[in-house]
Design a protein around this ligand. Structure first.
Ligand SMILES: [Fe+2]
Length: 768
């Protein structure tokens, strides 16, 4: 057996003295060596300082008992039948609208029922491995199966039902194609036969009450130690499932197939999946509007806010037509929370300094997959520093365990190089149960709209290099900014996106200067608002990256470990939300780009995305405003016109993703361009959301817009934004032992921003 170790923590942001849990799974070892470390630098590139960590004293250091843990994958609905009402069923009907996305996988998919995959006992409405609808039952008294003749067609809505009637001895399976002009992949003209289908078999004895739990979109699994698990999950959408306490005839089924609720005088469960929407979206409870109130609850975040069987194309979202948003989308390979057993409860030392920390876990030789870093971010218990790093944890979540680098179509021409996979990348594919990034798609091709940190995150290991780009990305890249801070002698602290999302402006207000990470691409409204107000009220912000503040996301108020994003509009995206499914279920806001909500990053930061390229970087050339004596303080000690033509990311400080000044997108009119990059390669292409017509010449050697603009503007209250316009800026800081023009410029601006008065003022020259 190969030896491996994985872990995660249940908190991403903690304070000294805080307690949190670490979860570890290991194969081939029963103990691991745990050591608390402060992370200084991640990139092992030979031109930089290499990997740097410092060991920190902690009661939890030492030997931890570890074992292999199991992960539950697949989203589904559990049913809260505490009074065991479903045990009464003798004659019954199960029904639902279903939209299978992957109907013939070779494996059985459960629609709803009580089926134990271990004992093969119970009953359920299912889709067989051949894609055909079926009802199956098995107990000591009776067993059988009734199956459709034809396979279900993918991405097509059906009303399906089974009526079980012991009195007449009949089990009837029903399937109705309910395709409309708007609700599925295909037009009705694509079907040879859309007539309702009915299949009947004999029931020789009543079906006895199964031990299995009643579940929707998965089956039950009983394990020897009394643990319950799930399996045989459904791929696709389910709308308004329910149970009748009798075997329904054609008339009752026809009424249900029109979307009508069961007759109120009857005993039934009707999970009205379209009920419960508010202006802030919808939670995980699925309401039973029947007389018993047996509600269901989403597990592993089935996707709500999705169009239902009756979507008319008239509504953009559940805000205007909730009755058309009964679709709940399930994925057999979704995972939000590994739900491992706690390996170690940690209490952080009281005197620990704010910074980025990890539990380094090693088994055997501690090499390659025998080493894991469980990373977390420590805030100050009582903030005292004037300088703060805003750690872009929402963007880390967006990229967490990305498979884009090896799976996305066209990735090699896009990146201008082949991906180079290492052990960590291979291990990610060996462990699909650790889930995906929002750059990936599920097995059925559906986009991954949720991410969380309650699972091992390969991309948040400090030495990780993104295989398609060949450089560190996000978390490990940001460690180059951390390393600069550590050597600067400046007193600094950090907070995370999650802190800012929860606390708003008050979390930033006491800091004189705030630094972003290299690629703060995903931000919630709360984060964007707080930064805008911080600068407006006198705060100084250094936007040290590119393609920042691009996607609108949110965290789940009930569980901030979970983030939602919907990829749509014209943004650079690896999947596209379906028509009508553009609003975030967790907060009710439209997803997509902040630009499409009239908040392009230029309005707040001066610059916004224009291009990206992955094989080369450039330096910056001083622009005319750099010669204004008002900016002598920025360039003190930088005498050359061209500077920053080096770096750990493809040898340039201006590269990877780059942003530009654009008055048409709301760059404050008094913004100065201090320096710009240029002469980018033709691997740099204008962002598709910046153009209306495709044409030749939209690449680096042709298009004047393809450049990183280094900009500056101030605000009336004494705030200011300095922006670098490039992701690779931070990765240039460590070159030559931090003795270089980019490091000098960083020092000049940071130290000026920490003073009470700004060296130059421009706001009074501008708008009234
Ligand atoms: Fe990105």
């Amino acid at each position: 057996m190969s030896t491996k170790i994985f872990g995660y923590a249940n908190k991403i942001s903690v304070r000294p003295g805080d307690a949190f849990d670490v979860f570890v799974s290991a194969t081939g070892a029963t103990t691991a060596q745990a050591q608390l470390v402060r992370l200084i630098h991640g990139d092992e590139h030979p031109s930089g300082p290499g990997f740097i960590e410092r060991e920190v004293d902690c009661d939890a250091n030492g030997e931890w008992d570890v074992h292999q843990q199991r992960t539950q994958i697949g989203s589904y609905l559990s049913v809260a039948d505490s009074a065991n009402k479903l045990d009464e069923l003798q004659a019954f009907t199960l029904f639902a609208f279903v939209y299978p996305t992957l109907p013939a996988t070779g494996d059985t998919q459960t629609i709803l029922g009580r089926w134990d995959t271990t004992s093969r006992q119970g009953y359920r409405l299912e889709i067989g491995g051949n894609g055909k609808l079926a009802f199956r039952w098995s107990s000591s008294a009776s067993s059988g199966e009734v199956q459709d003749h034809d396979a279900l067609v993918a991405k097509t809505w059906y009303f399906v039902a089974v009526a079980v009637d012991p009195a007449s001895g009949r089990v009837t399976l029903h399937r109705r194609n309910v395709v409309s002009r708007y609700n599925g992949l295909l037009s009705a003209n694509a079907f040879a036969d859309r007539a309702p289908a009915r299949f009947e078999v004999r029931l020789n004895a009543p079906i006895s009450t199964p031990d299995a739990r009643f579940l929707i979109a998965c089956a039950d699994v009983s394990l020897p130690d009394d643990e319950r698990w799930t399996a045989e999950n459904f791929h696709g959408k389910i709308d308004r499932p329910g149970v009748l306490w009798y075997g329904a005839g054609e008339d009752a089924l026809a009424s249900l197939a029109k979307g009508q609720a069961p007759n109120a005088t009857e005993k039934f469960i009707y999970w009205n999946t379209s009920a419960g929407y508010s202006v802030s979206g919808i939670g995980q409870m699925v309401v039973d509007t029947g007389p018993m109130g047996i509600h269901a609850h989403g597990q592993n975040y089935p996707v709500r806010g999705q169009t239902g069987w009756n979507w008319s194309g008239r509504h953009d979202s559940f805000h205007t037509g909730p009755e058309e948003y009964g679709g709940i989308e399930f994925h057999a390979d979704a995972v939000i929370d590994c739900k491992w057993k706690v390996t170690r409860r940690i209490t952080l030392p009281d005197g620990i300094k704010s910074g980025i920390y990890a539990f380094r876990l090693r088994i055997h030789d501690g090499k390659k997959m025998n080493e894991e870093y469980v990373v977390f971010f420590v805030r100050a218990k009582t903030p005292t520093a004037k300088l703060c790093l805003l750690v872009p944890t929402q963007s880390y979540l967006a990229y967490a365990n990305e498979h884009l680098s090896l799976d996305a179509p066209g990735i090699q021409p896009m990146m201008g190089q082949p991906p180079i996979a290492d052990d960590v990348d291979i291990e990610m594919y060996e462990n699909p149960e650790f889930g995906y990034a929002t750059y990936d798609v599920y097995a059925d091709g559906g986009g991954v709209s949720y991410s969380s940190y309650l699972r091992p995150l390969f991309t948040m290991r400090p030495k990780y290099r993104m295989s398609s780009i060949g450089t560190p990305w996000q978390f490990p890249a940001d460690l180059s900014i951390v390393a600069w801070l550590e050597q600067s002698g400046l007193d600094w602290e950090l907070i995370t996106d999650e802190d800012l999302h929860k606390e708003g402006l008050s979390a930033l207000k006491r800091y004189k200067c705030v630094l972003t990470g290299s690629h703060p691409e995903y931000v919630s409204e709360q984060v964007l608002d707080a930064i805008e107000d911080y600068v407006g009220e006198g705060g100084r912000l250094m936007y040290l990256g590119g393609n920042g503040f691009y996607w609108s996301v949110t965290l789940d108020a009930a569980n901030p470990a979970v983030m939602e994003v919907r990829k749509l509009d014209a943004g650079h995206r690896s999947w596209n939300a379906r028509p009508g499914e553009h609003h975030l279920a967790l907060n009710g806001r439209k997803g997509g780009l902040w630009k499409q909500l009239n908040r392009p990053p230029q309005k707040i930061f001066g610059i916004g995305s224009i291009s990206e390229g992955w094989e080369t970087g450039q330096g910056y050339t001083k622009m005319p405003d750099a010669r204004d004596p008002s900016f002598a303080w920025v360039f003190d000690g930088i005498d050359t016109e061209l500077f920053g033509d080096f770096g750990l990311a493809h040898s340039g400080s201006a590269g990877l993703e780059i942003d530009r000044y654009d008055l048409s997108k709301g760059t404050p009119p008094h913004t100065r361009i201090l320096a710009s990059s240029g002469e980018h390669s033709d691997n740099y292409v204008v962002f598709q959301d910046e153009i209306f017509y495709m044409q030749p010449g939209l690449t680096g050697t042709y298009d004047y817009r393809i450049r990183a603009d280094m900009t500056y503007f101030d605000t009336k209250a004494g705030g200011a934004v300095f922006a670098t316009g490039a992701i690779s800026f931070g990765q240039a800081l460590p070159i030559n032992g931090f003795d270089n023009s980019i490091s000098r410029l960083m020092s000049n601006v940071t130290r000026a921003f920490l003073k009470d008065e700004l060296p130059s003022r421009f706001i009074d020259e501008t708008l009234g």
